[in-house]
Design a protein around this ligand. Structure first.
Ligand code: SF4
Length: 281
């Protein structure tokens, strides 16, 4: 059993994921972090929110994990990259917190979503939390870049009712330029989820000049449509709400002059997914 280090606040709930949060795990010994990652008895959360209507079906409780293995140029939460920016929370405490909302979540046809950061950086914690949520009858979803999907066994995948899978770009070089990492593990995870008939919503961030090329969108659409398990595609317009975080963290933000999506670009992109036979919005 891992002893929970002192927490910065009494409540796990944050005001907003757009709040800059750093060093919440400061002072947690490295040995404790390593033990937590192996056992899953403790996790590192950037924030915990209730009442989300944009992170899966219905009204949801969302846990934003700290730690990400990618470095997307348009990331609006770069303070989630470092696991030590998350607050240490024992599994028991996270489950207790979730339990408070179980009845309300059922009434509102919602559930629990683990987002990030990349939740599967803390795969043991994620699996234990999902298992506890399922035991309480709560619908579960993970928002992931998919690159660490191989960390989950087939049985563990059954604990996740919905995967919100980020497909960021198409083509090796473009993907590496955008995220810093190879696209192949994500596509392999997508195929595995399809083979196991696990429900997926694809999330695609539309950034003008970066991810909006028609031929790339069409290839993503063709790939997603061919899987057979993609229930929906969410096209998320790029925004500049995370820009201040890059500056505060001393990171080099390269999208200073990237404009917001025009309504016509958004509609054209959604239509490209629909033309492939997908439900998209
Ligand atoms: S995968 Fe998500 S959290 Fe990680 S860098 Fe990309 S946008 Fe940010």
């Amino acid at each position: 059993m891992i002893k929970e280090p002192p927490l910065p606040t009494d409540s796990l709930e944050g005001k907003s994921p757009f709040e800059l949060r750093v060093n919440q795990g400061h002072g947690v010994p490295e040995s404790v972090v390593k033990a937590a990652l192996i056992s899953g008895e403790m996790g590192f959360l950037h924030s915990f929110m209730t009442g989300s209507t944009v992170d899966g079906p219905g009204v949801r409780v969302v846990g934003w994990t700290a730690g990400c293995n990618w470095r997307c140029l348009y990331c609006h939460n770069p303070d989630t990259w470092n696991m030590m920016n998350g607050m240490p929370v024992t599994l028991d405490r996270a489950v207790d917190e979730l339990g408070k909302y179980r009845h309300g979540l059922k009434i509102m046809s919602g559930g629990f979503t683990l987002s990030g950061g990349e939740p599967l950086m803390q795969d043991r914690f994620a699996v234990k939390l999902f298992t506890a949520a399922k035991a309480m009858g709560i619908h579960t979803a993970v928002e992931t870049n998919g690159s660490l999907g191989e960390r989950l066994t087939d049985e563990e995948l059954e604990k996740i009712d919905l995967v919100l899978l980020g497909i960021k770009s198409w083509g090796s070089e473009k993907h590496i330029r955008l995220t810093g990492k190879d696209i192949r593990p994500t596509l392999a995870f997508a195929r595995r989820l399809a083979a196991r008939k696990r429900p997926v919503w694809v999330r695609f961030v539309l950034a003008p000049g970066l991810t909006d090329a028609a031929q790339d969108v069409e290839k993503i659409a063709k790939f997603a449509a061919g899987l057979g398990n993609v229930e929906r595609v969410e096209v998320l317009p790029f925004h500049q709400m995370g820009r201040y975080k890059w500056k505060e963290l001393g990171l080099d933000y390269t999208l200073e002059s990237t404009e917001a999506c025009s309504p016509s670009l958004l509609i054209r992109t959604i239509d490209r997914f629909r033309a492939a036979g997908l439900k998209a919005d």
